[in-house]
Design a protein around this ligand. Sequence first.
Ligand code: NDP
Length: 451
Amino acid sequence: MSIADQEIKKFENSNCAENKVFYQAMEEVIYSIAPLLESDSKYRDHSILERLVVPDRVIKFKVTWLDDQQNIQVNTGFRVQFNNALGPYKGGLRFHPSVNEGILKFLGFEQILKNSLTGLPIGGAKGGSDFDPKGKSDFEVMKFCSSFMTELHKYIGPRMDVPAGDIGVGAREIGYLFGEYKKITSTFEGVLTGKPFFFGGSLMRPEATGYGAVYFTETMLEMEGKESLEGKVCTISGAGNVALHAIEKLQQLGAIAVSCSDSKGTIHDPRGVDLDLLKELKLVKRTSLEFYIETHPEAEYIPVEEYPEGAHAVWDIPCYAAFPCATQNELNDVDAQNLIVNGVVSVTEGANMPSTPKAVNDFLSHKICFAPAKAANAGGVAVSEFEMAQNASMSKWSFEKVDEKLKETMQMICKRVALTAKDYGVEGNYVDGANIAGFKKVADAMIAEGI
Ligand code: NDP
């Protein structure tokens, strides 16, 4: 039995329904780091894996709030503080009806290695609630956020745990959460990142994950001897923070971003998506993409139910580079085959773990340049750390300074991942490179810090 199989066997009992995505993430990491475990026995001697896959603590709490009809609503809140070997816990909050402990454990686990890859002093965490901000008034969102923070504030702090946004948590929610924290603690401090700029946020935080994913892709394409993105057709899924800013940066670089999607359907606009309209629909009106074709009848809208089950319309559009930026497991093996047959050259994960394990294997075996989430979407957390640095020193950096540092960070991560893959005999495999490089740094810190 291989070392990886022996390690995975130890965790078989945790493979229950709620832990499905967490187990998926853990299994990928264990197979990836096998060459490291084989070359150095210290990681097994110190039981690093056994210690790393169990969060330091999981905080679960009740959130009660009053809706606009004066009815009492009850949701569940969570914070999974996974590992702080490298720095304070850091990771986003997700508000979505699908949120449960297993999903947050998967996201928190990925966050440990992602944060390690940035080279910045931050540990890994994730949190959120099954609250759905969709269809709620601003006042209801505020009520929910205040109640959520009434409990969460006990467990966070600028040197302890610094949450940020994720699905369903943008500047509006961060603003309300910060306001409540300030009220309860009477302190104005950098306890959350992703704050609006005029009260402590960093310039470029909203853009960071999407822009960062594109910077990573450019570097990867150059390192792999492929043509740049300029003039190339790109497909993007999602229509949220990450997708919108990936599209924006692609357009700035002269690429043709022809798609976006939400939970109800996909837009295919072969002339390039109208980003201003997209921002208006999603950020201002908070509505569905189907209204895009009202002003752009030449574009196609494909509702989810009209597409054959088991595949996604967005991945059936021929492209040079694909950017899954919506949610986990949104790109499966059927989608991967469609992309490969249509000649895709690179796939960059803007969302967390959007590709299923089979899809990833297909991309790797067909020598597609594949940028895994924990490396490619680390731009968001990197700029979050820059926000922490600005808050701590009471300073403000210019847009150009943050952009330059973001670009440098993404290039550094890409090169480090590629080099690590080469060092461990898996050249060109950015999945293994990212897992080994991210794991090694955290593991070495855990060994140095004792049990
Ligand atoms: P948003 O809430 O801003 O947007 C999410 C988008 O994905 C929405 O357009 C949503 O559609 C769509 N979506 C959600 N579920 C599905 C689904 N099942 N099928 C199709 N579309 C879906 O989130 P973000 O853009 O912030 O996050 C997207 C991904 O990126 C997540 O995986 C997140 O963890 C990851 N990420 C985000 C970072 C950030 O800085 N924000 C940092 C690193 C990773 P609808 O509008 O219909 O809900």
